[in-house]
Design a protein around this ligand. Structure first.
Ligand code: SAM
Ligand code: SF4
Length: 330
Protein backbone atom coordinates (compact mmCIF):
# COMPACT_ATOMS: atom_id res chain seq x y z
CA UNK A 1 0.00 0.00 0.00
CA UNK A 2 1.29 3.50 -0.85
CA UNK A 3 1.61 5.68 2.24
CA UNK A 4 1.59 9.39 2.76
CA UNK A 5 5.08 10.64 3.54
CA UNK A 6 6.69 14.01 2.91
CA UNK A 7 10.23 15.06 2.00
CA UNK A 8 11.12 15.38 5.69
CA UNK A 9 10.24 11.77 6.57
CA UNK A 10 6.99 12.69 8.31
CA UNK A 11 4.09 10.25 7.91
CA UNK A 12 0.41 11.14 7.91
CA UNK A 13 -1.89 8.58 9.51
CA UNK A 14 -4.29 11.35 10.54
CA UNK A 15 -6.59 13.75 8.67
CA UNK A 16 -8.52 16.72 9.95
CA UNK A 17 -11.59 17.28 7.89
CA UNK A 18 -13.62 20.43 8.23
CA UNK A 19 -17.22 19.63 7.29
CA UNK A 20 -18.63 23.14 7.63
CA UNK A 21 -17.47 26.71 8.18
CA UNK A 22 -20.70 27.56 9.97
CA UNK A 23 -20.48 28.12 13.70
CA UNK A 24 -22.96 29.15 16.35
CA UNK A 25 -20.36 30.63 18.75
CA UNK A 26 -18.50 33.92 18.48
CA UNK A 27 -15.12 33.20 20.02
CA UNK A 28 -13.09 36.40 20.17
CA UNK A 29 -10.00 34.85 18.52
CA UNK A 30 -11.88 33.04 15.75
CA UNK A 31 -15.27 34.44 14.65
CA UNK A 32 -15.86 37.48 16.88
CA UNK A 33 -18.80 38.59 14.73
CA UNK A 34 -20.15 35.11 14.23
CA UNK A 35 -20.11 33.11 11.02
CA UNK A 36 -20.51 35.12 7.83
CA UNK A 37 -20.62 33.36 4.50
CA UNK A 38 -17.68 34.11 2.22
CA UNK A 39 -19.33 35.94 -0.65
CA UNK A 40 -16.33 35.44 -2.91
CA UNK A 41 -16.64 31.65 -2.69
CA UNK A 42 -20.10 30.22 -3.24
CA UNK A 43 -19.06 26.55 -3.33
CA UNK A 44 -21.18 24.35 -1.08
CA UNK A 45 -19.74 22.34 1.78
CA UNK A 46 -18.74 18.77 0.92
CA UNK A 47 -21.73 16.45 0.77
CA UNK A 48 -21.89 13.11 2.50
CA UNK A 49 -20.90 11.10 -0.60
CA UNK A 50 -17.90 13.33 -1.21
CA UNK A 51 -16.88 12.90 2.43
CA UNK A 52 -17.20 9.12 2.18
CA UNK A 53 -15.10 8.98 -1.03
CA UNK A 54 -12.48 11.20 0.53
CA UNK A 55 -12.25 8.96 3.57
CA UNK A 56 -12.01 5.87 1.40
CA UNK A 57 -9.17 7.37 -0.66
CA UNK A 58 -7.25 8.40 2.43
CA UNK A 59 -7.80 5.05 4.14
CA UNK A 60 -6.15 3.39 1.13
CA UNK A 61 -3.18 5.70 1.70
CA UNK A 62 -2.74 4.47 5.25
CA UNK A 63 -4.87 7.01 7.10
CA UNK A 64 -6.30 5.48 10.27
CA UNK A 65 -7.92 8.40 11.99
CA UNK A 66 -10.14 11.27 10.87
CA UNK A 67 -11.06 14.23 13.01
CA UNK A 68 -14.24 16.00 11.95
CA UNK A 69 -14.13 19.66 12.76
CA UNK A 70 -15.29 23.02 11.46
CA UNK A 71 -16.72 25.63 12.12
CA UNK A 72 -18.93 23.66 14.43
CA UNK A 73 -19.28 20.16 12.95
CA UNK A 74 -22.40 19.30 14.92
CA UNK A 75 -24.45 22.07 13.28
CA UNK A 76 -24.69 19.94 10.16
CA UNK A 77 -28.07 18.23 9.97
CA UNK A 78 -26.46 15.08 8.58
CA UNK A 79 -23.71 15.10 11.22
CA UNK A 80 -24.59 11.77 12.90
CA UNK A 81 -25.11 10.17 9.51
CA UNK A 82 -21.64 11.30 8.43
CA UNK A 83 -20.09 9.66 11.50
CA UNK A 84 -22.05 6.46 10.93
CA UNK A 85 -21.09 6.23 7.25
CA UNK A 86 -17.43 6.84 7.99
CA UNK A 87 -17.55 4.18 10.70
CA UNK A 88 -19.48 1.61 8.71
CA UNK A 89 -18.51 2.14 5.10
CA UNK A 90 -14.81 2.98 5.23
CA UNK A 91 -11.88 1.27 6.89
CA UNK A 92 -10.85 4.34 8.89
CA UNK A 93 -10.31 2.98 12.39
CA UNK A 94 -11.03 6.07 14.47
CA UNK A 95 -13.52 8.83 13.89
CA UNK A 96 -13.21 11.69 16.38
CA UNK A 97 -14.55 15.23 16.51
CA UNK A 98 -13.67 18.66 17.82
CA UNK A 99 -16.73 20.53 19.06
CA UNK A 100 -17.65 23.60 21.04
CA UNK A 101 -19.98 21.38 23.07
CA UNK A 102 -23.14 23.27 22.20
CA UNK A 103 -26.12 21.25 23.54
CA UNK A 104 -23.73 18.51 24.59
CA UNK A 105 -26.14 17.43 27.33
CA UNK A 106 -28.71 16.62 24.64
CA UNK A 107 -26.23 15.21 22.17
CA UNK A 108 -24.03 12.99 24.36
CA UNK A 109 -26.03 9.81 23.91
CA UNK A 110 -26.52 10.31 20.17
CA UNK A 111 -22.81 10.90 19.73
CA UNK A 112 -21.98 7.62 21.40
CA UNK A 113 -24.65 5.79 19.41
CA UNK A 114 -23.24 7.13 16.13
CA UNK A 115 -20.05 5.17 16.89
CA UNK A 116 -17.76 8.11 17.60
CA UNK A 117 -14.36 7.09 19.03
CA UNK A 118 -13.32 10.29 20.72
CA UNK A 119 -14.32 13.87 21.41
CA UNK A 120 -12.33 17.06 21.89
CA UNK A 121 -14.39 19.75 23.55
CA UNK A 122 -13.30 23.37 23.58
CA UNK A 123 -13.79 24.99 26.98
CA UNK A 124 -11.73 28.11 27.45
CA UNK A 125 -12.66 28.61 31.09
CA UNK A 126 -14.38 26.86 33.97
CA UNK A 127 -15.62 30.24 35.11
CA UNK A 128 -19.08 30.76 33.67
CA UNK A 129 -18.71 34.52 33.11
CA UNK A 130 -15.31 34.20 31.48
CA UNK A 131 -16.60 31.41 29.25
CA UNK A 132 -19.51 33.62 28.24
CA UNK A 133 -17.28 36.60 27.54
CA UNK A 134 -15.03 34.60 25.23
CA UNK A 135 -17.69 32.68 23.29
CA UNK A 136 -20.65 35.10 23.72
CA UNK A 137 -22.71 32.12 24.87
CA UNK A 138 -23.72 31.23 28.40
CA UNK A 139 -23.45 27.52 27.79
CA UNK A 140 -20.81 26.24 30.18
CA UNK A 141 -23.29 24.33 32.41
CA UNK A 142 -24.80 22.31 29.53
CA UNK A 143 -21.32 21.41 28.26
CA UNK A 144 -20.14 20.22 31.68
CA UNK A 145 -23.39 18.29 32.09
CA UNK A 146 -22.78 16.72 28.65
CA UNK A 147 -19.35 15.53 29.80
CA UNK A 148 -20.93 13.97 32.90
CA UNK A 149 -23.37 12.11 30.67
CA UNK A 150 -20.61 10.87 28.38
CA UNK A 151 -18.70 9.61 31.39
CA UNK A 152 -21.75 7.96 32.91
CA UNK A 153 -22.11 6.04 29.63
CA UNK A 154 -18.46 4.93 29.94
CA UNK A 155 -17.23 7.03 27.05
CA UNK A 156 -13.77 7.93 28.17
CA UNK A 157 -11.85 9.31 25.19
CA UNK A 158 -12.52 12.91 26.17
CA UNK A 159 -10.14 15.81 25.72
CA UNK A 160 -10.74 19.42 26.62
CA UNK A 161 -8.91 22.23 24.84
CA UNK A 162 -8.64 25.82 25.98
CA UNK A 163 -6.93 28.64 24.13
CA UNK A 164 -4.54 30.31 26.58
CA UNK A 165 -5.40 34.01 26.78
CA UNK A 166 -3.28 36.47 28.71
CA UNK A 167 -5.15 37.90 31.70
CA UNK A 168 -8.32 35.99 30.81
CA UNK A 169 -7.64 32.35 31.70
CA UNK A 170 -3.92 32.36 32.45
CA UNK A 171 -3.77 32.84 36.24
CA UNK A 172 -2.78 30.35 38.92
CA UNK A 173 -6.43 30.32 39.95
CA UNK A 174 -7.44 29.22 36.44
CA UNK A 175 -4.78 26.51 36.41
CA UNK A 176 -5.83 25.33 39.88
CA UNK A 177 -9.45 25.06 38.86
CA UNK A 178 -8.53 22.80 35.93
CA UNK A 179 -6.33 20.75 38.24
CA UNK A 180 -9.28 20.26 40.59
CA UNK A 181 -11.42 19.25 37.63
CA UNK A 182 -9.04 16.65 36.25
CA UNK A 183 -8.31 15.33 39.72
CA UNK A 184 -11.70 13.65 39.62
CA UNK A 185 -12.44 13.55 35.89
CA UNK A 186 -10.55 11.27 33.53
CA UNK A 187 -10.07 13.80 30.74
CA UNK A 188 -6.99 15.24 29.05
CA UNK A 189 -6.98 18.98 29.41
CA UNK A 190 -4.69 20.94 27.09
CA UNK A 191 -3.92 24.60 26.75
CA UNK A 192 -3.34 25.71 23.15
CA UNK A 193 -1.29 28.82 22.54
CA UNK A 194 -3.26 31.47 20.71
CA UNK A 195 -2.27 31.56 17.03
CA UNK A 196 -2.22 34.59 14.81
CA UNK A 197 -4.52 34.37 11.81
CA UNK A 198 -5.27 36.76 8.96
CA UNK A 199 -8.25 38.21 10.87
CA UNK A 200 -7.13 38.38 14.49
CA UNK A 201 -3.95 40.46 14.66
CA UNK A 202 -5.21 42.96 17.27
CA UNK A 203 -6.68 40.19 19.43
CA UNK A 204 -3.47 38.22 19.07
CA UNK A 205 -1.30 41.17 20.11
CA UNK A 206 -3.51 41.79 23.12
CA UNK A 207 -3.97 38.24 24.41
CA UNK A 208 -1.14 36.03 23.19
CA UNK A 209 1.01 34.63 25.94
CA UNK A 210 3.59 31.89 25.80
CA UNK A 211 2.52 28.56 27.26
CA UNK A 212 5.76 28.61 29.30
CA UNK A 213 3.67 30.13 32.10
CA UNK A 214 1.60 26.93 32.28
CA UNK A 215 4.68 24.76 31.88
CA UNK A 216 6.22 26.46 34.94
CA UNK A 217 3.01 25.82 36.88
CA UNK A 218 3.17 22.12 35.96
CA UNK A 219 6.81 21.86 36.96
CA UNK A 220 6.20 23.65 40.27
CA UNK A 221 3.29 21.33 41.04
CA UNK A 222 5.16 18.10 40.38
CA UNK A 223 3.54 17.13 37.11
CA UNK A 224 5.66 14.63 35.23
CA UNK A 225 6.41 15.10 31.55
CA UNK A 226 5.34 12.03 29.63
CA UNK A 227 7.41 11.16 26.59
CA UNK A 228 5.29 9.67 23.87
CA UNK A 229 5.85 7.61 20.75
CA UNK A 230 6.88 9.05 17.41
CA UNK A 231 3.33 9.40 16.07
CA UNK A 232 1.89 11.08 19.13
CA UNK A 233 1.34 14.50 17.56
CA UNK A 234 2.39 17.88 18.81
CA UNK A 235 0.91 17.90 22.33
CA UNK A 236 3.27 17.77 25.34
CA UNK A 237 1.59 15.66 28.02
CA UNK A 238 1.99 15.64 31.79
CA UNK A 239 0.79 13.11 34.33
CA UNK A 240 0.42 13.01 38.07
CA UNK A 241 -0.51 9.76 39.84
CA UNK A 242 -2.94 11.57 42.15
CA UNK A 243 -5.04 12.81 39.23
CA UNK A 244 -7.41 10.87 36.99
CA UNK A 245 -6.88 13.18 34.03
CA UNK A 246 -3.78 14.55 32.31
CA UNK A 247 -2.54 17.99 31.42
CA UNK A 248 -1.15 18.95 28.04
CA UNK A 249 0.30 21.88 26.14
CA UNK A 250 0.02 22.61 22.46
CA UNK A 251 2.59 25.23 21.64
CA UNK A 252 2.63 25.99 17.92
CA UNK A 253 5.33 28.63 18.28
CA UNK A 254 7.78 26.26 19.92
CA UNK A 255 10.89 25.34 17.99
CA UNK A 256 10.15 21.68 17.32
CA UNK A 257 6.37 21.84 16.96
CA UNK A 258 6.28 21.01 13.24
CA UNK A 259 8.69 18.08 13.58
CA UNK A 260 5.93 15.91 15.03
CA UNK A 261 3.29 17.00 12.49
CA UNK A 262 1.31 13.90 11.54
CA UNK A 263 -1.76 15.44 9.94
CA UNK A 264 -3.12 16.85 6.73
CA UNK A 265 -6.24 18.94 6.42
CA UNK A 266 -9.25 19.11 4.18
CA UNK A 267 -11.36 22.24 4.11
CA UNK A 268 -15.14 22.04 4.12
CA UNK A 269 -15.13 22.88 0.41
CA UNK A 270 -12.75 20.14 -0.56
CA UNK A 271 -9.32 21.79 -0.64
CA UNK A 272 -6.38 19.73 0.55
CA UNK A 273 -4.30 21.81 2.96
CA UNK A 274 -0.85 20.54 3.72
CA UNK A 275 -0.56 22.76 6.78
CA UNK A 276 -2.96 24.66 9.03
CA UNK A 277 -1.09 27.74 7.84
CA UNK A 278 0.73 28.61 4.64
CA UNK A 279 -0.37 28.92 1.07
CA UNK A 280 -0.20 25.30 0.03
CA UNK A 281 -3.59 23.92 -0.93
CA UNK A 282 -5.38 22.64 -4.00
CA UNK A 283 -8.92 21.51 -4.60
CA UNK A 284 -9.36 17.76 -4.81
CA UNK A 285 -13.11 17.93 -5.05
CA UNK A 286 -13.34 17.12 -8.77
CA UNK A 287 -12.05 13.65 -7.85
CA UNK A 288 -14.77 13.07 -5.26
CA UNK A 289 -17.64 12.94 -7.70
CA UNK A 290 -17.75 9.23 -8.57
CA UNK A 291 -16.88 6.04 -6.75
CA UNK A 292 -14.45 4.97 -9.48
CA UNK A 293 -12.15 8.01 -9.08
CA UNK A 294 -10.30 6.66 -6.04
CA UNK A 295 -7.06 5.80 -7.85
CA UNK A 296 -6.84 9.22 -9.48
CA UNK A 297 -7.64 10.87 -6.16
CA UNK A 298 -4.88 8.94 -4.39
CA UNK A 299 -2.34 9.89 -7.08
CA UNK A 300 -3.24 13.55 -6.80
CA UNK A 301 -2.87 13.50 -3.00
CA UNK A 302 0.43 11.59 -3.14
CA UNK A 303 1.77 14.04 -5.71
CA UNK A 304 1.04 16.94 -3.34
CA UNK A 305 3.15 15.55 -0.53
CA UNK A 306 6.36 16.94 -1.97
CA UNK A 307 4.98 20.43 -1.48
CA UNK A 308 4.56 20.10 2.28
CA UNK A 309 6.93 22.55 3.90
CA UNK A 310 9.09 21.83 6.91
CA UNK A 311 7.45 24.44 9.14
CA UNK A 312 4.42 26.74 9.29
CA UNK A 313 6.67 29.84 9.57
CA UNK A 314 4.11 31.32 11.96
CA UNK A 315 6.87 32.87 14.02
CA UNK A 316 7.50 35.12 11.01
CA UNK A 317 3.86 36.23 11.12
CA UNK A 318 3.06 34.27 7.95
CA UNK A 319 -0.55 33.20 8.21
CA UNK A 320 -0.96 32.38 4.53
CA UNK A 321 -4.50 31.60 3.44
CA UNK A 322 -5.75 31.24 7.00
CA UNK A 323 -8.11 34.08 7.81
CA UNK A 324 -9.47 32.26 10.87
CA UNK A 325 -9.45 28.69 12.03
CA UNK A 326 -13.12 28.03 11.29
CA UNK A 327 -12.06 27.58 7.67
CA UNK A 328 -9.33 25.04 8.23
CA UNK A 329 -10.65 23.48 11.38
CA UNK A 330 -8.05 24.38 14.04
N1 SAM B 1 -16.00 24.78 16.69
C1 SAM B 1 -15.22 23.71 17.16
C2 SAM B 1 -14.52 24.09 18.44
O1 SAM B 1 -14.43 25.27 18.77
O2 SAM B 1 -14.03 23.17 19.09
C3 SAM B 1 -14.23 23.16 16.17
C4 SAM B 1 -13.48 24.14 15.33
S1 SAM B 1 -12.36 25.22 16.21
C5 SAM B 1 -11.68 26.17 14.88
C6 SAM B 1 -11.09 24.09 16.68
C7 SAM B 1 -10.16 24.55 17.78
O3 SAM B 1 -9.38 25.61 17.32
C8 SAM B 1 -10.87 25.02 19.05
O4 SAM B 1 -10.34 24.34 20.16
C9 SAM B 1 -10.53 26.48 19.09
O5 SAM B 1 -10.46 26.96 20.40
C10 SAM B 1 -9.20 26.52 18.40
N2 SAM B 1 -8.86 27.81 17.84
C11 SAM B 1 -9.62 28.61 17.05
N3 SAM B 1 -8.94 29.73 16.70
C12 SAM B 1 -7.73 29.64 17.30
C13 SAM B 1 -6.57 30.47 17.31
N4 SAM B 1 -6.51 31.62 16.66
N5 SAM B 1 -5.50 30.04 18.02
C14 SAM B 1 -5.53 28.86 18.69
N6 SAM B 1 -6.58 28.03 18.70
C15 SAM B 1 -7.67 28.42 18.02
FE1 SF4 C 1 -16.79 28.51 16.48
FE2 SF4 C 1 -14.90 26.86 17.25
FE3 SF4 C 1 -14.30 29.22 16.06
FE4 SF4 C 1 -15.29 29.21 18.52
S1 SF4 C 1 -13.33 28.33 17.88
S2 SF4 C 1 -15.97 30.54 16.84
S3 SF4 C 1 -16.65 27.52 18.48
S4 SF4 C 1 -15.31 27.51 15.14
Amino acid sequence: MKHLEDNFGRKFPYIRMSITEVCNFKCGYCLPNGYQADKSDNRKFLNIDEIRRLAKGFSELGVQKIRLTGGEPTVRKDFYEIVKILKNETSIKKIVITTNGYHLDQKAKLLIESGLDGINISIDSLDRETFKNITKHDRLPEILKGIEILQSLNFDNIKINAVLLNGVNSSKKDFDSWAEYIKINKVNFRYIELMQTGDNLDYFNRYHISSKIFKSYLNENKWIYQTLGQDAGPSLNYINPEYKGKFGIIAPYSKDFCKSCNRLRITSKGDLRLCLFGNTGISIRHLLQKDDQTEELKDLILGQMKFKKESHYLELGETGLTKNLSKTGG
